[in-house]
Design a binder for this molecule. Sequence first.
Ligand code: DUC
Ligand code: ZN
Ligand code: ZN
Length: 486
Amino acid sequence: MSQFDRVLRGGTVATATSVFTADIAIQDGRIAALGTGLPPGREEVDVRGRLLTPGGVDPHCHIEQLAATGLMNADTFESATRAALAGGTTTVIPFAAQHRGMSLAEVVADYHARARRGAMADYAFHMIITDPRPELLAEELPGLVRAGHASLKVFMTYERLRVEDEPLLEVLAAARAHGCMVCVHAENHGMIAWMKRRLVERGHTAPRFHVTSHPRAGEAEAIRRIATFAAFLDQPVMVFHISTREGLEAFARARAEGVKLFGETCTQYLLLTARELERPGVEGARWICSPPLREDEDVAALWRGLELGLLDCVSSDHAPYRMDESGKLARGPNPGFHEIANGMPGIELRLPLLFDAMVARGRLELVDFVRLTATAPARLYNLPAKGDLAPGMDADIVVWDPEAEWEIPEGPRWDNAGYTPYAGRRVRGRILQVYRRGELVVADGKVRAQPGSGRFLPRTGGLPARPTGRLAPELDPARNGGASLL
Ligand code: DUC
Ligand code: ZN
Ligand code: ZN
């Protein structure tokens, strides 16, 4: 038998199901063996006293993405995935974002080219569809799904992005036909537009009014609506970035009724509240994201949702804009809340913040942390070689000092946002090294991967999240003279 390339010896290995002491042998970028007393490798690494977790899978992040306003976010594939690796995330699923009138295939080709140039982490794409023209769904979508783009995102709000109910049903039906997950930004558009207009007319434009402009009830309404559509058409749906107690309740109710819904929340909804936006002047703009940060009771409800196993994964929703004229202040030095780009950075700190909040503070088990940040997103989005430490998996491994305490500094991080919303926070658990497909890409506080060394991960062969087989009665061919309406 040929010698292993490398053996990480004697670490505490954590997966989504168990925590145990083992050696991990790496060969040709994959985990070749896992056990005690493995034969020596060409390189031996002593990881006794260290914790080893699978590389993080961030299933929702915005990278080098052009907004409908024409604003480019602060990160390139190079800077965002450098930050991802530094923070232990070895796989990302950003977006290929269509704007109205664009060809989806051209959009995907364009994001592919950018990622090929810069990505250091492995990646797949969710396709954002804002303009589901019949020919796009019939002619472009099937080929793109076959090429491995087996998930898409639609918005129920935003003037230039939203997909109204009838075309949304078309998207769900097309996704069902081609085996594609549909991720949804679920907020009621009319409620946000109405609130926003009234707030602006009355001069309530400070950053904190961003929160008021997204009524809590609007999230629950949209989740109920998308759940109704998902059940009607028997199409699995991922509800992105759940932020409110009411939204979580609507989600939980639909799930209890058997609707095939999946749910995500993000680091910021678990750790931050709307109080951040109350800072003087335009400072609060740093914490403007959508859905907005909410209240303590929402934070508590989301944690309960994690404890009960209701929510499937925690993403970063990394959407970085600098606090200058290239980003948050693009519309002037004192913009109203409605003129400030939505989003905050988070791709680098997702794992350290969640390790601290979940594991070090004892709210959840280590296995839950691994499941929510790596294993579950890998399974949900069909990344079979990712998110686990087991023979045959890609050797994406994070080596932690689980006891090290540190303070998140003010200064710039690896991404291009120029700030972090979490500066000054003390956390326990520090990432020491990161391996991506067996290569040591983070060590001694440096990221060593080459731009463009990240690999595209085509997701073919159908999604793990299958329809339930229970269509609405009106769609039963028996009621329609034997004809299918799908
Ligand atoms: N939705 C997201 O998912 N991210 C950033 C902004 C938004 O509206
Ligand atoms: Zn969204
Ligand atoms: Zn997002």
